[in-house]
Design a protein. Structure first.
Ligand code: ZN
Ligand code: ZN
Length: 130
């Protein structure tokens, strides 16, 4: 069987009533993007399919190049690719690389959500160039 990635990263929580709740995470930032309603199905696979088709996938963007499922903060809408494949280059980051939150102030130095420093000294240049 093909091991193609069908859903974003997820965790499943089963309750005592036999239902499962799925939590879907962005493949890049790890941000929690979707928590489904409790889903009843015979197997975890079946429940996952329902969870993904009815709720999870609508919260994600699928990168056609690498196959990752990412939140809208981690998706370059101009290129139609995830930020791993098509990083924002000339613009100031419009999202926090740490928690994935969208940034309101374009020249903020710290993320208003998690407080991460957004631009370290020299980090705004391309890394790895001698
Ligand atoms: Zn990609
Ligand atoms: Zn943040």
């Amino acid at each position: 069987m093909e091991q193609a990635k069908k859903t974003a990263a997820y965790r499943v929580v089963a309750d005592s009533g036999g239902s499962r709740v799925f939590r879907f995470y962005c493949d890049i930032s790890g941000e929690l993007c979707c928590v489904t309603k409790p889903i009843r199905a015979d197997t975890e696979e079946a429940a996952l399919e329902i969870a993904w088709e009815t709720e999870g996938r609508w919260e994600f963007n699928h990168c056609p190049q690498c196959g990752k499922y990412v939140s809208s903060a981690m998706f370059n809408v101009n290129a139609g690719l995830c930020l791993d494949c098509a990083p924002w280059e000339d613009e100031y980051p419009s999202f926090c690389h740490h928690c994935g939150a969208r940034l309101r102030e374009p020249d903020a130095c710290f993320c208003p959500t998690c407080g991460a420093k957004l631009i370290a000294d020299g980090m705004d240049r391309k890394e790895g160039t001698p």
